[in-house]
Design a protein around this ligand. Structure first.
Ligand code: 3PG
Length: 214
């Protein structure tokens, strides 16, 4: 468990920004992953929100080896085992259930479980998860809420997601307990639909320059 958590923390730290990807059309998967990687964004969360999600993640893994592909919107043990059989690098869930946490602690797949309250965080910690997704971050009280959680839980690492974009990502990343931020802003649905891959790469380059100074 320890080694799994440390590996995940190192991956998230190195990522800085983890784009939350909801892929509607399978043919967009590979060009999208290439566009993100070209912009310096390499750790990707493919959400299980569309029928093509698993196939899209598989295509990215096969064709864009520079990308580290994880699976998001893991809601239960079955989703977790689908992500693991796929060979995904990590999993992310929006919330916690005892069943999911039990399955995840027994699984080789590293998971960042979602929490929004102290009680949910205590449940995650009880199963050994000390790197969590703070979700929905802005809507759950923003940076003030995160700072309040840091009091009783000084050793927990957070990946806030929800309501984060270019304008506020730097403020979140300046918090000492934040290892990375997640968000859908680097992958606007309109750009994906129109195949504006260069636009996505440019946005990623700008964000990385701003948020991850060399
Ligand atoms: C998520 O699932 O992590 C969120 O839907 C992403 O939130 P955002 O769209 O506000 O970035």
């Amino acid at each position: 468990m320890r080694a799994k958590q440390e590996k995940l923390a190192a991956l998230f730290r190195q990522a800085t920004i983890i784009p939350v990807l909801t892929i509607e059309r399978i043919e967009d998967a590979v060009p999208l992953a290439k566009a993100l990687v070209a912009g310096g964004v390499r750790v990707l969360e493919v959400t299980l929100r569309t029928p093509v999600a698993i196939e899209a993640a598989r295509a990215m893994m096969a064709n864009v080896p520079e990308a580290e592909v994880g699976i998001g919107t893991i809601l239960n043990a079955n989703d977790l085992s689908r992500a693991e059989s796929l060979g995904a690098g990590f999993g992310i869930s929006p919330g916690v259930t005892p069943d999911l946490l039990k399955a995840a602690s027994a699984s080789a797949l590293p998971l960042a479980p979602g929490i929004a309250t102290a009680s949910e965080l205590m449940l995650a910690l009880a199963h050994g998860f000390d790197l969590v997704k703070f979700f929905p971050a802005e809507q759950s009280g923003g940076i003030k809420a995160l700072r309040a959680l840091a009091g009783p839980f000084p050793d927990v690492m957070f990946c806030p997601t929800g309501g984060i974009g270019e304008a506020n990502a730097a403020a979140w990343l300046a918090e000492p307990n934040v290892v990375a931020v997640g968000g859908s802003w680097l992958c606007p649905a309109a750009d994906v639909r129109s195949g504006n891959w260069a636009g996505i790469t440019a946005m990623c380059n700008r964000a990385m320059k701003l948020l991850k100074p060399a």
